[in-house]
Design a protein around this ligand. Structure first.
Ligand code: NAD
Length: 426
């Protein structure tokens, strides 16, 4: 830990995602009796880049945006991780997300390290042209450190296929030839993978399918609450609905809707698309995001953002299974409370790893220039998610730890092994 990190006033706050990540890392490292040299190497990011991005706005005014790229670890392969556009992006958040990518890639055993990027901006207040200028300039600033063999960005909150197409084009302009493997989450027509858009939600469905078996539940008898209705929450809810689950509540940033008998999810998402709001959807009551997390249900799937389940509300959570579609939705302080309540946690670094798994498939397809059918992608995704779920559960049973700790231990063990074999810390 550098002095700057230690001095960061947010470091010791429960809502600091980097702190939440480090608490879990430290606990797992201690239980693994991790070699002190490896511990010293693995607890810090490999590289952090801060860039200032001048953008001419449509009004003619020039604004300088601040952006980051943190590359956490390269021991197992090129770094991999999304890019987030949001007004509240912080370097600590990006650091935490980068580290989570390292552990996530190791949990599902794909040959990547971890990275993450973020730009402090409010995309809801920006035109497409402004977003394109911002993205191209940001990509140009990253050009020396990204690439198919170095670091492969992907979409995250408020970035999408279009953003990835702009980054690919900017990178390719500089390389003087088309390099589609520089990013994943691209449009299928530009070298994206079939099934990537749905991959995180589908991966979430696959691990929930495994988890409910432990409770003797069937999909039709399983009540699910989903927070968030974007790429992960919206698609996850739709796939759960199609698989016969009873989705009783869903929300977006402005609030949610609830019906104890189940919601017609495709209709609710269509209502959201046409009215830009879930409110006034016929056949469901309004509920705020705080109350939504406290609904009695079988599966609670927070799929929106960080710090939703904390020491303040964990005691009010009434689910059997917590399936973390978002990154870091639960703070470290909430872990013990959930554990004492007997809640079975499918931790984020496993539950939402479907996205990076199909990103890996996309990178493989781009590099061989041969593209798979969607059924092939989904079948291979299922194999990875089910095997990884079983690996984590077995590890938890063998070491008598909770599933989150098991996932971290498994991941750290794999990264430590590769680091030691490569002699990186020598
Ligand atoms: P998105 O922008 O598509 O959707 C985010 C959703 O969350 C929206 O419905 C938004 O209204 C809602 N939301 C935002 N802030 C909220 C708040 N404070 N309270 C309640 N709802 C809020 O983003 P996404 O891609 O679905 O990502 C969601 C989470 O999943 C993030 O934590 C992201 O890092 C994680 N994740 C995404 C992927 C992926 O493939 N997209 C993969 C792994 C993890």
């Amino acid at each position: 830990m550098t002095k700057a990190m230690m001095d960061d006033p947010r470091r010791f706050r429960e809502d600091n995602p980097f702190e939440s990540m480090m608490e879990r890392f430290d606990r797992a490292a201690q239980l693994l009796n991790l070699n002190p040299d490896l511990y010293a190497v693995m607890r810090v990011p490999n590289r952090e880049l801060k860039v200032y991005i001048p953008v001419r706005l449509d009004s003619g005014r020039l604004e300088v945006f601040e952006g980051y790229r943190v590359q956490h670890n390269f021991a197992r392969g090129p770094a991999k991780g999304g890019i987030r556009y949001a007004p509240d992006v912080t370097i600590d958040e990006v650091r935490a997300l980068a580290a989570w990518m390292t552990w996530k890639c190791a949990v599902v055993n794909v040959p990547f390290g971890g990275a993450k990027g973020g730009v402090i901006c409010d995309p809801s207040q920006m035109s497409q042209v402004e977003l394109e200028r911002l993205t191209r300039r940001y990509a140009a600033e990253l050009i020396d450190i990204i690439g198919p063999e170095k670091d492969v960005p992907a979409p995250d909150m408020n970035t999408n296929e279009q953003t990835m197409a702009w980054i690919m084009d900017t990178y390719s302009m500089h390389a003087r030839h088309t390099v589609n493997a520089v990013v994943t989450g691209k449009p299928v027509e530009l070298g994206g993978s079939r099934g990537r858009r749905e991959a995180t939600g589908r991966g979430l469905l696959f691990v929930i399918n495994e988890a409910i078996k432990r409770f003797g539940l069937t999909p039709s008898a399983t009540r699910v609450v989903v927070q968030g209705s974007g790429n992960v929450g919206g698609i996850g809810a739709r796939l759960l609905h199609e698989a016969g689950y009873k989705v009783v509540a869903i929300s977006d940033v402005f609030g949610g809707i609830y019906n104890a008998d189940g919601i017609d999810i495709p209709a609710a998402l269509e209502h959201l698309r046409t009215t830009r709001s879930l409110q006034d959807f016929p056949g469901a009551d309004s509920i705020d995001n705080k109350a939504l997390l406290e609904i009695e249900c079988d599966v609670l799937a927070p799929c929106a953002t960080e710090n939703q389940i904390t020491s303040k509300n964990a005691d009010h959570v009434k689910c059997k299974i917590l399936a973390e579609g978002a990154n870091g939705p639960t703070t470290a302080n909430a872990d013990k409370i959930l554990h004492n309540k007997g809640i079975f946690v499918i931790p984020d670094i496993l539950a939402n790893a479907g996205g990076v798994t199909v990103s890996y498939f996309e990178w493989v397809q781009d590099r061989m220039g041969y593209f798979w059918k969607e059924e092939v992608v989904n079948e291979r995704l299922s194999d990875v998610m089910v095997a990884s779920f079983n690996d984590v559960v077995k590890y938890a049973d063998a070491h008598n730890v909770d599933t989150r700790t098991a996932a971290y231990m498994l991941a750290i063990d794999r990264v430590a092994y590769d680091t030691r074999m490569r002699g990186i810390y020598a």
